[in-house]
Structures are given as C-alpha cells and as structure tokens.
Design a protein around this ligand. Structure first.
Ligand SMILES: Nc1ncnc2c1ncn2[C@@H]1O[C@H](COP(=O)(O)OP(=O)(O)O)[C@@H](O)[C@H]1O
Ligand SMILES: [Mg+2]
Length: 323
C-alpha cells in the first residue's frame, strides 16, 4: 500500500511573473505550494483568471516565453526546473499528461484517432505499428468508447464532444503517467456527459495522481480528495473536499459554494459572487479578495493574510468562517 502514499509531485513556492511597461515584475502566481500523491485526486478551484491554468503550465514548464517562473517543482523526486529540454519533452509525453477543456485543441483535426494514438505510443515505446494499433483499440475500449475498432478510423470532428474527451483521456493514460492534469475537462460538455466523464476519470485514473482544474466547486467536490482554492494567483484555502464543502473557512470558498450547482443536496438558488477578480496589474495590497468580501475587518485592506492551518482547512483569511 505504500505506493498509494508515494508523493509524485511536489510544488514549493511557485511564483510566475510578467513585467510591466517599465520592466518591473508583476506577479501572476504568488507562493503556490502543494503536493500530490499517487492515487490522489487534487482539485484546483477558482474563478476564471485565478491562475489555475498558469499553475498547471508551470508544472509542465510550458508557460509563455514572456513570463518567468521560480520555485521548486519535483516530479517523482526529480527537479523539473533544471531538466534539459529533451528530458522535459520526454516527461511531458510519458510522466505527466494533460487533458484540456476543448478536445479539438488537443487533437490534430487532420489525423484519425487511430493514427494519433499509434504515433503517441510509438514516440515513447518500441512497438510495431500493428501492435500499437491493437494497443490503441484497447485504450479506446478502456475509456468506454463503443466499437473501438471502427472509431479508430474516425477524425476528431466526426466524434461527439463527450467521445472526443474520452479519446483525450485514453491518450493521457497511454504511457501510465505519474501525474495527469485535467484543465476544465468537462466545462464544454452538457451536464449528463460531464457526469460520465467525471465517473470515467475517477474509475480509470487509479495509479496516477490526478489534478482536476475547474471553476466549479460542485464538480470538484464530486471527485476530489483534497481541494486547493485559488484567487488572484494565491492559494486562499486548502483542505479535504469534505471539509471545504461542509465548512468552508475562507469567504471566497463560501462564495464559490453558494454559486455552484450541487448534486448532493436539494436545489438551492445559486448566488453569484458580486464583482470580479482583480487582474495581475490591479491586485490590492492586502487580501486580494477584500474588495469583494462582506467580512472585511481592520487588517484586510492593507495586510496580506498568510495561510494558517485551522482545525479543518488551512486558510489565508483575517476573519474566517466556521472557526
Ligand atoms: N501570456 C500571458 N501574459 C501575461 N499574463 C497572462 C498571460 N496568460 C495569462 N495571464 C494572466 O494570468 C492570470 C491567470 O490566468 P489563468 O492561469 O489562465 O487563469 P485560470 O486558468 O484560473 O482562468 C490572468 O490574470 C491572466 O490574465
Ligand atoms: Mg484556465
């Protein structure tokens, strides 16, 4: 059972910044730290612009060239920050996989599903074309694609959004990665298909650590063991999914919860959080959420709260709920 607790990814003090007109650094991600164990599902949740995708891209070392990244990223103990480009490419092909929101952006439209899978297999494994095709059919069957021996000849646009996402998941699982990062994998799908894809990921991603990025705290609550809530490039709360959903401490988490459709409760009216998140260029000095928060007290507007562990979750808030 020790393999289950094996830490596969450790991110410590991650910072990403861009520069302003006069060359001064403007932080996008500030001091993000987390670790992920094999078999664990970690949610990264927050509104659009919180820095979720940027965090994922940093782990893959794929942030845009105009930005810089510091901090430590360790994948199965190896320092990703100092890996040469060749090894990074190998890592991205085999050790870490990504599943994106719109499968059309992840799948080359002029290639059949089969040729995409065969190429991905043969890039990192010494198998014949024939053997790879058999493995590809098995990979499609394993993610619940009906008649895989026929579907393998389809082009991505000939499949429904749900089937395309299953193909992406099959691709992501091909090389038995240690980490899978799914960035809004169900956002483009309707609710029924969304639930099927979530079920599929929960049942198929067993030996890898899975990071599920979503703006929807309700979706994260269905599948995640632990959840990180991000706001304006910071982690504002972190805890088990059970604790965060039952007793959020950060007012932002409580706000996301009130705004999220829930599957496990009677329907309640959804209450959106008023206002919108700051951009990296207009982040306030104190708590980044203070301008939208109804619980602000003295220090909130001029002092940054640190992440402080509580009985339940860890939260960065001067005036937390449920404490
Ligand atoms: N290439 C870039 N240059 C500068 N800022 C960027 C770039 N890409 C994204 N950002 C900024 O980084 C912040 C985080 O974006 P992102 O990680 O995409 O958020 P999320 O995935 O949570 O919606 C946003 O404020 C966005 O404007
Ligand atoms: Mg995003």
């Amino acid at each position: 059972m020790s393999a289950v607790n094996e830490v596969v990814l450790d991110v410590d003090g991650l910072r990403v910044h861009t520069t302003d007109g006069s060359g001064l650094p403007v932080p996008i991600i500030e001091d993000v730290s987390f670790s992920l164990a094999r078999g664990e599902v970690l949610g990264i949740v927050g509104e659009s612009g919180s820095g979720k995708s940027m965090t994922a891209l940093s782990v893959m070392r794929l942030i845009p060239g105009s930005l810089s990244q510091t901090g430590s990223i360790r994948l199965q103990g190896r320092d990703v920050m100092t890996l040469p480009e060749r090894e990074l490419q190998r890592m991205r092909g085999t050790k870490v996989s990504m599943v994106f929101q719109d499968p059309m952006t992840g799948l080359n439209p002029v290639r059949t599903v089969g040729s995409l899978l065969v190429e991905a297999l043969r890039r990192h494994r010494d198998v014949s074309r024939r053997e790879a095709r058999k493995l590809a059919i098995e990979a499609l069957r394993a993610v619940g694609i009906p008649s895989p021996e026929l579907r393998i000849n389809a082009y991505p646009h000939q499949l429904s959004g749900g089937l395309r996402q299953r193909v992406m998941i099959a691709m992501a699982l091909l090389h038995d990665p240690a980490v899978i990062i799914a960035d809004e994998p169900t956002t483009a799908l309707d609710a029924t298909i969304q639930a099927q894809i979530i079920d599929l990921m929960r049942s198929r991603v067993t030996s890898a650590g899975l990071i599920l990025i979503t703006h929807d705290l309700g979706v994260a609550g269905q599948i995640c063991d632990r959840i990180i809530v991000m706001y304006a490039g910071h982690i504002v709360e972190e805890g088990t999914a059970l604790d965060l959903l039952a007793r959020p401490r950060h007012p932002y988490t409580a706000g996301l919860l009130a705004a999220a459709p829930r599957f496990d409760r009677e329907r309640k009216p959804l209450i959106p959080i008023t206002g919108s998140p700051p951009t990296p260029h207009d982040r306030p000095e104190g708590c980044p959420f203070a301008p939208r928060c109804s619980r602000t007290i003295d220090p909130c507007r001029d002092q940054r709260p640190e992440l402080v562990p509580g009985d339940l979750s860890t939260a960065a808030c001067w005036n937390p709920l449920n404490s």
